[in-house]
Design a protein around this ligand. Sequence first.
Ligand SMILES: Nc1nc2c(ncn2[C@@H]2O[C@H](COP(=O)(O)OP(=O)(O)OP(=O)(O)O)[C@@H](O)[C@H]2O)c(=O)[nH]1
Ligand SMILES: [Mg+2]
Length: 195
Amino acid sequence: MDFGHSEPTIPLALKILVAGGFGVGKTTLVGSVSEVRPLHTEEVLTSAGVGTDDILGVESKRTTTVAMDFGRITINDDLQLYLFGTPGQERFWFVWDELAFGALGAVVLADTRRLANCFPSVDYFERRRIPFVVGVNRFDGARRFTPDAVRQALDLDANVPVVSCDVRDRQSGKHVLVALVEHVAARRGHPVPTA
Ligand SMILES: Nc1nc2c(ncn2[C@@H]2O[C@H](COP(=O)(O)OP(=O)(O)OP(=O)(O)O)[C@@H](O)[C@H]2O)c(=O)[nH]1
Ligand SMILES: [Mg+2]
């Protein structure tokens, strides 16, 4: 039967992880790009975390993710991303393997004032051969480094994209995700239209 219009396409949905060290902006990124009300699992940082939680640089931070963030973004008619933000603190890393199951790619957020904090994330995805991009979140007062300087400091493969961003800004966050989709597609040898 012909209704005179083409069938709506069912978009491909990809699972993407948002990782990186404590307080680097993972929850902020998922919240700013998500078109559905994001699910957050925040708990208040209390004095119990003193000596354990490194809040250097994010002193105004009041809460931390204890399980995950969840959000969704439509890249185009053919492609949606389901975003899973990981908890940043080491004591919650046991949920990472659950979250990473079936993930097609990851964004590792980095703060140039505390670059070493994203080493465990980089290591995690390299070991599991999950493609990732590094998003350098521009914090006020942080020194600016070129993507190549960050790539060198993190000892990344030459083909890993390093993208500067401000995760509070939707377009900027989306730009990082598009870079990831293009990177995943290039690794698999077939282009995914991201326009
Ligand atoms: N100046 C500035 N502040 C930011 C930026 N991104 C996030 N913040 C702030 O930095 C803090 C970190 O935010 P979160 O998004 O909770 O970080 P997270 O990575 O989810 O933290 P955990 O889940 O605890 O590991 C919050 O206080 C944000 O308001 C940024 O790009 N610039
Ligand atoms: Mg968080």
